[in-house]
Ligand binder design. Structure first.
Ligand SMILES: [Zn+2]
Length: 402
């Protein structure tokens, strides 16, 4: 990487914010510490899609361009360039006990950003995180508002808990409060039945999805169990979270209805622990969770091969730490998705599905630079060379001047 003297040496305040990474590489947040470079040149191969490469790209005043600018670059970043990653299931402003203070939400967002997540589809948060959307140094967040769950059928203090008769109206309000998405909790343990069970009757879901669509919002739902998916598909749902209960009968409907699947595999990895804790009181539920876990990879691969749109989401917020998007991409690859497809589920395809800009002329310069071709070596994403957000180098390895 070449750094021109315009941004070196570092101002003294930068030392306070430096982070020493494995291998003693010092990385830091350059936001508000360094003047924004007017021109960044990307000297390596630019991946404008999973199968198209371009040479010659610049960020000028925060926007990408393929036209060489008149002035010299302030910084030259060398390496493979791809869009900032997207975490399609992430909870900023949420912790294990519910709402978190602002400084914690900020730290979560920075952890995501520093791992390369520059776009988050928030999948429900008890905190109002709109203030983070005004911060130039924060990843872009598409908010879902609050989770909507059935009374006493979800984790405490997280969701708006309602009965079926109030579902549609609650969803309508959350559609207005969010940024185009509403999050339902489609199933959870029913303690009386001792097993997973759908949260709401089919009629209530139909009315709720209709209400959201009338407000111009899409609806996604947490679904673990098999039966929940039938009702969700009947209701016209737009996206399914986890989807561990996916069966062959559901797959053609996902494809025909254009329903996306966010498997959150690194979160599904916690099912054996959940089962172990439930064994004594709820043995049927525990066995169900174990069987869903056993077939998790097979189900994702079947869906992918049938043409279901798969998106990478970590479910960071309660038990999963923030900043793990690359682990989810690796998990999708381990489930059988080819490396380029696993990457696409967090990159170009994810952005286009959310209606966000990719790597195109005039788009906001929200890109990552890595040492190797990430389509061939996903692990190169673990050690990003640079993170550029809104045209600013928010994370980068600044070498001492020769
Ligand atoms: Zn979640």
């Amino acid at each position: 990487m070449v750094v021109n003297e315009a941004i070196t040496p570092m101002p003294p305040a930068a030392e306070d914010r430096s982070i020493t990474m494995p291998g003693n590489v010092v990385l830091w947040s350059a936001v508000r510490l360094l003047p924004m470079p007017e021109i960044i040149e990307f000297s390596g191969t630019v991946l404008t899609s999973p199968d198209s490469e371009h040479h010659g790209m610049w960020a000028v005043d925060g926007k990408l361009t393929f036209i060489r600018p008149a002035g010299n670059p302030d910084i030259v970043l060398d390496g493979w360039v791809l869009p900032g990653l997207t975490d399609a299931h992430c909870h900023i402003g949420l912790g294990p006990a519910g709402e978190v203070p602002g400084h914690v939400a900020e730290a979560q967002a920075l952890q995501d950003r520093n791992a390369g997540t520059l776009l988050v589809r928030d999948a429900g948060s008890p905190s109002d995180t709109r203030w983070l959307q005004h911060r130039r140094d924060m990843p872009r967040i598409i908010r879902s508002g609050r989770h909507v769950a059935r009374t006493r059928r979800y984790l405490k203090n997280l969701a708006l808990e309602v009965e079926p008769g109030d579902l549609a109206e609650t969803v309508r309000k959350q559609a207005r409060a969010g940024d185009g998405w509403v999050k339902l909790v489609g199933d959870w343990i029913d303690r009386d039945a001792g097993d997973l069970a759908p949260s709401f009757p089919a009629w209530a879901l139909r009315d709720a999805v209709l209400a959201a669509h009338e407000e111009g919002a899409r609806v996604t739902a947490h679904c673990f169990a098999e039966d929940t998916l039938d009702d969700m598909l009947d209701a016209g749902i737009d996206c399914i979270e986890h989807g561990t209960g996916l069966l062959p009968r559901h797959i053609p409907r996902f494809v025909e209805q254009g329903v996306a699947l966010v498997p959150t595999l690194i979160n599904i990895g916690t099912f054996p622990d959940i089962a172990e804790r439930a064994d004594v009181k709820f043995p049927v539920y525990a066995a169900h969770m174990r069987s869903l876990w056993t077939r998790r990879n097979e189900r994702v691969l079947e869906a992918f091969e049938a043409g279901v749109r798969i998106l990478a989401g970590t479910d960071a917020g309660t038990v999963i730490a923030h900043g793990r998007i690359v682990d989810e991409v690796l998990a999708l690859n381990a489930a059988g998705l080819p490396a380029a497809a696993a990457l696409d589920s967090a990159a170009w395809a994810a952005r286009s599905w959310l209606g966000a800009e990719g790597v195109t002329e005039g788009a906001s310069a929200d890109v990552l630079v890595c040492a190797e071709d990430p389509r061939e070596s996903l692990t190169t994403l673990k050690t990003l060379r640079s993170v550029v957000l809104r045209g600013e180098l928010v994370r980068g390895e600044l070498q001492p001047r020769e």
